[in-house]
Design a protein around this ligand. Structure first.
Ligand code: AMP
Ligand code: ZN
Ligand code: FE
Ligand code: FE
Length: 280
């Protein structure tokens, strides 16, 4: 009966709410657990875990690792990882270095286009400097572009400059493959799940990732249609893999939610046992 949202972002990456606020909102939405899955960092988890007893729900420690395969960006979710595992923390530092240099490339490209954005302005919009334990992402660059008046909205920043293929899009330096991310997560004692397969537009790829070592697939996601979710559920179940889901909550900007509200996508709490059972 009880439901869990296994995909939420906080201010530790590009979410707009603090970790403890995600926990409060999850409790208010009637969930029995919420996962904190920030991009390439576990910096938000301690605060969320401390809030868990206050709101009487479970916080699942998680992470969303950016990887690439054949030129496609693939996100891999890790659950129940040991957030004090030294090797995992080192590996996440290397992930953030890749981001920081990609971000520098984007700023340089914007400058070439005549937009005088500086890395300092991006750091100010993000509330952190490169090298911090929290991540800086494209949404922060978008926010900085709004602040200097180069665009009117974050969405316009993506549509004109930052989305893949747009004027200031820069491919990151070589990223790890999803298969390496599965190993990182399992070596840190976690379960590895392929995030939002619908965003890759390639079901054979989703099957290849499942057969290549993922523990499961995120079938339920704010950007998946009901029919896609059922297809991905089948793909995972047919292989005896775990079916997960979550909102990919990032918060709302000027009343507009990107992805979905906490609890808008969820799965049965019994999935948590399967995730714990699949751990490396
Ligand atoms: P990054 O990990 O720094 O490349 O930033 C990726 C994040 O940017 C995603 O998790 C979304 O929150 C956001 N994003 C990606 N594409 C778009 C888009 N087309 N419009 C708005 N936000 C986007
Ligand atoms: Zn994000
Ligand atoms: Fe993602
Ligand atoms: Fe996400």
């Amino acid at each position: 009966m009880s439901k869990v949202d296994l995909h939420t972002h906080t201010t530790a990456s590009d979410g707009l709410h603090r970790p403890k606020e995600n926990v409060r909102m999850a409790a208010e939405a009637g969930l029995s657990a919420v996962a904190i899955t920030d991009h390439d960092t576990v910096a938000g988890i301690a605060e969320a875990a401390a809030a868990a007893p206050i709101y009487g729900i479970e916080v699942v420690p998680g992470v969303e690792i950016s990887t690439s395969l054949a030129g496609k960006e693939i996100h891999v979710l890790g659950y129940y990882i040991d957030i004090r595992d030294g090797l995992l923390l080192e590996r996440l530092i290397s992930q953030r270095k890749v981001r920081d240099s990609r971000n520098e490339g984007i700023v340089a490209r914007l400058n070439e286009l005549g937009i005088p954005l500086t890395t300092e302005q991006v750091a100010e919009a993000a509330g952190r400097k490169p090298g911090a334990i929290e991540t800086i992402g494209r949404p922060h660059i978008a926010e900085a572009l709004v602040r200097i008046g180069a665009v009117d909205s974050v969405q316009e920043a993506f549509d004109r400059y930052l989305a893949k293929g747009r004027a200031a899009y820069v491919d990151p330096p070589p990223r790890i493959t999803p298969f390496e991310a599965f190993a990182w997560i399992r070596e840190a004692g976690g379960a590895a799940i392929v995030a939002h397969p619908g965003l890759y537009g390639n079901d054979e790829l989703a099957a290849e990732l499942l057969d290549g070592g993922a523990d499961g697939l995120e079938a339920y996601h704010s950007d998946h249609e009901a029919e896609q979710a059922e297809r991905y559920r089948g793909l995972a179940e047919n292989r005896g893999k775990i079916v997960t889901g979550g909102s990919d909550f990032h918060g709302a900007r000027k009343g507009k939610l990107y992805h979905g509200a906490i609890g808008s996508r969820s799965v049965d709490a019994s999935v948590l046992e399967r995730l714990r059972g699949a751990r490396g």
